[in-house]
Design a protein around this ligand. Structure first.
Ligand code: GCU
Length: 421
């Protein structure tokens, strides 16, 4: 189908208003091939935006396209969340911080709660900005602290100390540094994190985690229903629902961060949830910050075959030709506009396509400039080890797919700079 034909299909759908569009969208194999990443400023019917007040309609359209073709549609936010403070230690890190564990219930009855671990700086004299992110192997692995609750939900056995898909004490402190709590506190930031399996176990099964609690009893997962990454991103938004009620947190300065699959999730959360002030997807790669169309690194057919549960069923139809996608990840970054986004990478992590990510950022920059924000202030990728901390930021260092103190320094330098504006 040519773009003009697609335009007719879409115009017909538009007659019923955008809310009805998702049902009218063409099947993957009926979509036209688009060689380059789709322009974030051009509507699906080919119309280019000319006025800033047209942006919300385009953003809403992009949201529907990502839901329909890629991540699946999550349920609306619950009216409220309930929470219980499980533990609190006001003298953490030699009195520099308060550690808090909070259980967040978002309903319906029986849905698995979020177990949030937070460390908040003391004596700031004001509420603190927060870096919120998912972790891979449980809160207890991130700090050397025997009081932190062990997860009781399903765990992958590759996580340290896990046996028979259960967490054990042996994993305590095994991943210290992944979330650099003490360093963040010293720089005036709080950190909040929870295990992504609290929301949905990372396995190809939609009958566990949150999924069965949000559909009719006999219903099965449909091709456009929320898959794992959408569920995790929705979970991050539920943690934000709680953080908004926590007086020690400045809810104007919420940073959503994540590494790798959790970075893909951070970007989706930031794109969909405008309460997020800054988005930092670290080495997020395919299905996150790198273009689906790029021939470099992980391809859609790789990711969909190894992790079939991360994206909705419809997305698998693009395995052989990602150029049929009416969206690309530049558009997901653009959905964050005008809020700052920082993409961070490592040279030896070509699987995550660092250069493709720079291209996506550049293209997203058009939406930022359209909205009056400077966007990306460079034409070329910066040299190794030299962070580009413009409004849309980029960083690539030597080394591999990992999280280091140096990475955390860059995250917080970026946040300092953006919040100072
Ligand atoms: C795999 C996968 C990546 C993902 C990474 C991770 O390498 O192919 O897409 O980012 O796992 O989450 O650790």
């Amino acid at each position: 189908m040519k773009r003009a034909t697609l335009a007719l299909v879409v115009l017909a759908a538009c007659a019923a208003g955008w809310s009805a569009v998702a049902e009218e969208l063409p099947e993957a194999d009926k979509l036209p091939v688009i060689e380059e990443m789709p322009d974030p400023l051009v509507m699906l019917d080919g119309q280019r935006l000319t006025e800033q007040d047209q942006w919300p309609a385009r953003r809403d359209q992009l949201r529907q396209l990502f839901e329909h073709y890629m991540y699946g549609k999550a349920p609306p936010a619950p009216e409220s969340v309930r929470f219980k403070v499980r533990s609190e230690d006001p003298k953490y890190f030699d009195g520099k911080a308060t550690k808090r564990e909070v259980t967040v219930h978002y309903g319906p009855e029986g849905a698995p709660p979020i177990n949030l671990l937070m460390v908040v700086p003391n004596d700031l004299g004001k509420s603190a900005p927060v870096v919120l992110g998912l972790n891979f192997c449980g809160n207890h692995t991130l700090l050397d602290d025997e009081t932190i609750a062990l997860p009781t939900v399903w765990m992958p056995n590759r996580c340290p100390g896990c046996e028979g898909n259960k967490a054990t004490d042996k994993g305590r402190g095994a991943r210290v540094g992944r979330f650099d709590f003490e360093y963040a506190v010293e720089r005036g930031y709080s950190v909040a994190t929870f295990y992504h399996g609290d929301i949905d176990p990372d396995v190809n099964d939609f009958n566990n985690g949150v999924h069965p609690h949000f559909r009719e009893k006999e219903a099965r997962q449909g091709p456009h229903d929320w898959a794992c990454i959408a569920a995790w991103a929705w979970g991050l938004s539920r943690a934000i629902d709680y953080l908004e009620k926590d007086e020690s947190i400045d809810n104007e300065r919420i940073i959503v961060y994540g590494h790798s699959r959790n970075g893909k999730t951070a970007l989706l959360c930031g794109a969909f949830d405008e309460r997020v002030a800054i988005v930092i997807p670290h080495q997020a790669g395919c299905g996150g910050s790198s273009p689906s169309r790029s021939p470099v690194g992980e391809q859609l057919k790789d990711i969909n075959s190894r992790f079939p549960h991360w994206f909705c069923g419809e997305f698998h139809k693009f395995n052989d030709d990602p150029r049929r996608l009416p969206i690309d990840q530049n558009c997901l970054i653009a959905m964050c506009a005008p809020r700052p986004v920082l993409l961070t990478n490592a040279k030896d992590d070509q699987w995550a396509d660092p250069s493709g990510q720079f291209d996506a950022l550049k293209s997203a920059g058009k939406a930022y400039r359209f909205l009056g924000s400077p966007g990306l202030e460079a034409e070329k990728q910066p040299p190794l080890g030299q962070p580009l901390l413009s409004h849309l930021g980029y960083y690539i260092r030597a080394g591999k797919h990992s999280v280091t103190r140096d990475d955390w320094k860059v995250f917080l330098d970026f946040a300092d700079k953006r919040f100072a504006k």
